[in-house]
Structure formats: C-alpha cells, structure tokens
Design a protein around this ligand. Sequence first.
Ligand SMILES: Nc1ncnc2c1ncn2[C@@H]1O[C@H](COP(=O)(O)OP(=O)(O)OP(=O)(O)O)[C@@H](O)[C@H]1O
Ligand SMILES: [Mg+2]
Length: 220
Amino acid sequence: MLRTKQLTKSFSRQEKTFEAVDHVDFSLDKGEFCILTGPSGCGKSTFFHLVCGITKADSGEIFFNGEDITNYSEKQLTELRANKVSYILQGDSLLSNFTVLENICLPHKLCGRYEGLEEKAMELLREFGLDTMAYDYPSNLSGGERRRVAIARAFVHGPELVVADEPTSDLDEENTAMIMDYFQRQAAEGKTIIISTHDLSCIRPDMIHYVMKKGVITRA
Ligand SMILES: Nc1ncnc2c1ncn2[C@@H]1O[C@H](COP(=O)(O)OP(=O)(O)OP(=O)(O)O)[C@@H](O)[C@H]1O
Ligand SMILES: [Mg+2]
C-alpha cells in the first residue's frame, strides 16, 4: 500500500549538507501496524512529511496503492490527504477559534463530506473519553485531550493510511494504552497505520518495528 524507493531529503545547516532521509527503501502492506523509533533528529518527521507529500523529496520514489505519487501536483496531494492519507502532526494542530467538534469535522466539511460526519465524530469523542468536551475550545483542554481530538480528526472519515507522528507523546499510560488499542483494532479492520514514538513500552508483538538512525531506516 505504501512503498518508497531510495527516498532522500537533504537539508543544509551552517553550510553543511546532510541527508535527513537517506536513500530509504520502505514498504507497508494494507492492514499493517508499524512503529518507527529512533533518536531525536534522526529523520522520522521528515520521512513522514515526504510520504504524506507535505515536503518534496530530492530524489527517490513514493508509491501509494501501486500508483507513483512522487510527482503528484499540490492539488492531487491535497486530494490524497483529504480522502485516503491522514497525517497526525507531532505538535499542536487544532484551530483555536473552533470547538472540538468543529475541529474534527471542519476539514472534512470543506471537502464536501457531511453525511454522518458529526455522528461519527461524537462516537470517536465518546470512545476517547472526550464527549463532554465537544463544544469546548482547544485552549480549555489539556495537551493529552487535544492530542486525542487530533487523532479523532484523523480517523473520522475512514482514511486508508494513517501516519501519526508521536501520537502518544503527551498521553498518560492509561490513555496511551487506549489509543494503541484503538490503532490496533483499526489495523485489524484493514487500515494501515504507521506511528513514530520515543516510548518503547508502546511496542506490541504484532507490530512491525522499524528503527531510524541518521536518515536510514532498518527493520528492528
Ligand atoms: N526545514 C529544515 N531545515 C533544516 N534542517 C531541518 C529541517 N527540518 C528538519 N531538519 C533537521 O533534519 C533532522 C531530522 O529532523 P526530524 O524532525 O525529521 O527528526 P525526528 O526524528 O522527527 O526528531 P524528533 O524525535 O525530535 O521529533 C534534524 O537534524 C533537524 O534539525
Ligand atoms: Mg519528529
């Protein structure tokens, strides 16, 4: 479902160029639940930005469901992210002037998707223990609550692939387990999920574990 061939992205700092993502060959099949670990600065977020089309690679190729998306236009990438590929940002990503429910639904409504959306959003809020907060603004929520809202937003429209950058970084143990259970169930139902984390206790036996080091990804 997702495949990269020799994917490379370089950055420059203090006149030195380095490969943040260095000739990465990577593949994920439908329904796989994959975890990417590695030290801070090894290139995890950069890799995720490349596969979601947020950043353009310098070289290499990306295939989604067998289709070469490497040279997709911005419009095609936006469409792909609106329908099939959800990306959960590492940092805070909610819009402060919109309620929790609006934050979950708005991006999808802008794509013309209305039917059953709010019901599904409320269902997810209930599942994530946030249903009493649907009409609150993000500033009235804790970091972990905001994180769960971002996760609900990524799943509400039933995407095929979810790329989540440290989705449990501000969650306590109980909520981490709850979110990991949710991911696992979604993968069992056929969604493909890749997450990055520094929390090795997240790793479960049925996950595929990859490690990134200085831009290079290998199977753990
Ligand atoms: N736009 C940019 N310009 C220059 N360097 C960048 C840019 N974005 C990232 N980098 C550098 O590329 C490297 C990889 O960064 P990246 O954010 O992918 O790491 P990461 O593995 O996600 O780290 P963390 O675990 O801290 O989130 C780092 O050295 C970072 O400083
Ligand atoms: Mg990162």
